[in-house]
Design a protein around this ligand. Structure first.
Ligand code: FAD
Length: 385
């Protein structure tokens, strides 16, 4: 046991928080370090709200630690997708249920609300210590020595086991790479995303809240998921450069003209369209391939840090939650021996995450084109060894 806890988890996002709870249940002492301030005390980042479709895969992981009910209480069931196929102002609608009986649903939930709830749950057991404003800047995979940047200067720590749950741009993965302990390939799409808001109209939802709304437009695509405050968060997917792209709409008139031509039924529902389009950032989309995920049976990557995927199957967080269940099972199967459990986790989990990465890319074409047409192409590929 080290002075700073048996297990260090880097990143108090969705994966890190759920993982901390699972490990505390096993009696592990956990220190959870997060680079940001406590999100429960700070405001939302503009244009980064992201609501997630939470499905059975993720719910199963939450159910095992008794969190499904609390999470679902703040979620809205979506029983199918509502395709806004027509480009006319009346927007011809086609509802496609997710199950034959029309009863099964995926659930729309705000990522921030979900993260806050999981943070509360992670912090409840005495075994877990959470430290905010601790940004990992250094890791020695051989010794478990960690360095963090904090507002009070650098902090040094050590842990018997280090778990990297620090997202797609993982610093833990970066340190494994620097020490020659892993390799990575990053496949960026030449598409990005931007969030827009459909507020409630006269206190009610402006669209059917029981569906995930999709506007397939071939080269671009927009989706909208309902929120408990009766608004919808829209996400516009579009190429990042070129003639028809985020970069091509440079004036308020161009934004209005483009949306009126391609999304006429939504324009009246987006009162802040021009402001949001100008001020909200364009997020990048890509797939992280990394192998191995673990080093020396002591350091391991989970969630987006290990296998970030494009969001078109709505499975990134669901899959990250399932990672936690699989790691927990590997610890059971190895009698809690981390040096055996981490390589086992890497072996058992990899094929499934590779499959969902491919399916997520394929579903981009499905959502954007089958519901319309042309080919999508991959953008930049960056390989590191
Ligand atoms: P993150 O959520 O990225 O959390 C990582 C945490 O680590 C953060 O809190 C970060 O601040 C912290 N951190 C980073 N670096 C450091 C450091 N150096 N030191 C300390 N802390 C650090 N998934 C679904 O299941 N369904 C969906 O419908 C869905 N829709 C999506 C839509 C969009 C537009 C996008 C972009 C993603 C979507 N996802 C969806 C994917 C989902 O958001 C991710 O899979 C999920 O957030 C991964 O969780 P994570 O905890 O692994 O990583």
């Amino acid at each position: 046991m080290t002075a700073n806890g048996d297990v260090a988890i880097v990143g108090a996002g969705l994966t890190g928080c759920l993982l901390a709870g699972y490990l505390a249940r096993r009696g592990e002492r956990v220190v959870l370090d997060e680079r940001r301030p406590d999100p429960r005390l700070t405001g939302a980042e503009r244009g980064r709200s992201i609501n997630l479709a939470l499905s059975e895969r993720g719910l199963d992981a939450l159910r095992r630690v008794g969190l499904d009910g609390t999470v679902l209480a703040g979620a809205l069931p979506m029983r199918g997708r509502m395709v806004h196929a027509g480009k006319g102002a009346d927007g011809a609608l086609d509802f496609q249920p997710y199950s034959a009986d029309g009863e099964r649903a995926i659930n729309s939930i705000g990522r921030r609300a979900l993260n806050n709830l999981l943070l509360d749950a992670a912090q409840a057991p005495a075994e877990v210590e959470v430290r905010f404003e601790h940004r990992l800047t250094g890791l020695d995979p051989a010794t478990g020595a960690l360095t963090f940047e904090t507002p009070d200067g650098p902090v040094h720590a050590g842990a018997a086991v280090v778990l990297g749950a620090d997202g797609a741009g993982s610093a833990v993965r970066g340190e494994l790479l620097r020490h020659g302990a892993t390799t990575e390939t990053l496949d960026f799409l030449d598409y990005g995303y931007k969030e827009l808001t459909i507020p409630a109209v006269d206190g009610d939802f402006a669209l059917d809240p029981g569906a995930l709304h999709i506007w397939p437009r071939g080269r671009s695509m927009m989706i909208a998921l309902p929120n408990p405050d009766r608004s919808f968060t829209c996400t516009l997917f579009w190429p990042t450069g070129g003639t028809e792209s985020f970069a091509s709409l440079s004036s308020p008139a161009a934004v209005e003209q483009y949306f009126t031509a391609h999304y006429p039924d939504v324009v009246p529902l987006l009162p802040e369209l021009v402001t949001e389009y100008r001020e909200n950032p364009v997020g990048l989309l890509g797939t992280v391939h990394c192998a191995p995920w673990q080093a020396r049976g002591r350091v391991c990557l989970l969630g987006d840090a290990a296998h970030a995927i494009v969001p078109f199957y709505g499975q990134g967080a669901n899959c990250a939650f399932e990672d936690v269940v699989v790691l927990d099972r590997c610890l059971d199967d190895t009698g809690g021996d981390w040096s055996a459990a981490l390589p086992l986790f890497d072996r058992e989990r990899r094929a499934d995450t590779e499959a969902i990465a491919e399916m997520a890319l394929a579903n981009f074409t499905e959502m954007r084109d089958k519901i319309a047409s042309p080919l999508f192409k991959l953008g930049k590929r960056v390989e590191h060894a």
